[in-house]
Design a protein around this ligand. Structure first.
Ligand SMILES: Cc1ncc(C[n+]2csc(CCOP(=O)(O)OP(=O)(O)O)c2C)c(N)n1
Ligand code: SF4
Length: 342
């Protein structure tokens, strides 16, 4: 029977729980983006509210499942990917959303995270990257920049951070996108793209922890500089940015280079067109790794490539094996050998 699809508003996804993040925390804006995005996801995919499951680990960000009125699972630290995998494989009709922080996903959960991405399980991971451990009060995380002074690095960290996009693409990830907490519209838009993608989609959301790492992204969020320091990539469109839309990206040798259109002999024709669907990860990796001040920070869908998914492959294999198997159900199994009454 075809599922009857209802139309939703953001209000339908608000729970009755008191939101307990610090006032001013970027998580509030992300929650609002998700509540606005879910009706759009429902419209695009004809999903009813009962199909959504939010799974999290531990951290401030991981409180998320309480605040959306869907099924949810507040898991254990670093294990959200394991739980989300089980939920999706057991019931492939569900729309599974994993909410995780940079500590939860990339420190204690790093192993689970890379394998979920490599397996290409059809789940959506929203990675709230505030470059710090918020819940435990300000220790450095695997995404804290080199030299960052925190409670656990009083003289500055001495290690190079993970770049989540590089990690995802390096783990053979097929979908990677990036947004800013304050850009509610873009985050909602990326949620729809992530939901439409078959396979693991990772959306990194740069999030301000107002208490323990305030201003970490001011250099790209402040109104005055934002347009000159970020580029919003859209498949099929020229890689142009800047307040005056006069800056663009070209390929120079084997690297990307920022040029000003109309200067140095560069015209609009020289500017690269974004191809998110290209299976070759080379340009996607360079785009994901762009850092200010040499480059603008890339937002939008950076990589979106089709491939088979773990959950589909598991289902197909089970069906194939069942064709010739004598045992087709648990009941068959229980009655397959010697049985006796006690
Ligand atoms: C097994 C285990 N180890 C450590 C902790 C302590 N702990 C809780 S949350 C957290 C880090 C959370 O940081 P992040 O994932 O960046 O989330 P945020 O709080 O910043 O949103 C740590 C180390 C724990 N709860 N369980
Ligand atoms: S500690 Fe930081 S991340 Fe946690 S709720 Fe407060 S502002 Fe948000």
């Amino acid at each position: 029977m075809e599922e009857k699809y209802l139309q939703y508003t953001p209000q339908d996804f608000k729970s009755d729980q008191e939101v307990r993040w610090c006032p001013g925390c970027g998580d509030h804006a992300i929650l609002s983006a998700v509540q606005k995005g879910l009706p759009e996801v429902s419209k695009a995919l004809k999903y009813n509210l009962e199909r959504y499951v939010f799974v999290s680990g531990i951290g401030c960000s991981s409180r998320f499942p309480y605040y959306v009125d869907t099924y949810g699972f507040h898991g254990i630290h670093g294990r959200a990917s394991a739980i989300a995998t089980g939920v999706k494989v057991a019931n492939p009709t569900l729309s599974v959303w994993q909410i995780t922080g940079d500590g939860d996903a990339l420190a204690i959960g790093g192993n689970h995270f890379i394998h979920a991405v490599r397996r290409n399980i059809d789940t959506n991971i929203l990675l709230f990257n505030n470059q710090i451990y918020g819940l435990t009060k300000g220790q450095y995380s695997p995404t804290s920049p080199l030299g960052k002074i925190t409670k656990t690095s009083p003289f500055g960290t001495v290690e190079h951070p993970f770049r989540p996009g590089e990690l995802v693409i390096g783990a053979q990830g097929k979908f990677f996108a990036r947004s800013l907490d304050i850009d509610v519209k873009l985050t909602s838009e990326l949620m729809v793209e992530a939901a439409k993608h078959d396979g693991t989609s990772v959306v990194e959301i740069l999030q301000n922890c107002v208490i323990f790492n305030d201003g970490a992204y001011d250099y790209i969020t402040d109104r005055e500089h934002r347009e000159d320091r970020v580029i919003v990539l859209r498949h099929g469109e020229k890689m142009v940015f800047g307040k005056n839309r006069d800056k663009g990206l070209v390929l120079s040798g084997l690297s990307l280079k920022v040029v000003t259109i109309g200067q140095g002999g560069f015209t609009m024709d020289d500017i690269l067109v974004h191809d998110a669907y290209n299976s070759n990860p080379g340009v996607h990796m360079m785009l994901a790794n762009m850092e200010f001040p040499d480059y603008p920070v890339a937002l939008g869908v950076i990589r979106n490539v089709k491939d088979s998914t773990y959950d589909d492959n598991v289902r197909d294999q089970v069906l194939e094996v069942m064709k010739d198997a004598k045992i087709k159900s648990v009941d068959d199994l229980l009655n397959s050998g010697e049985t006796w009454e006690v």
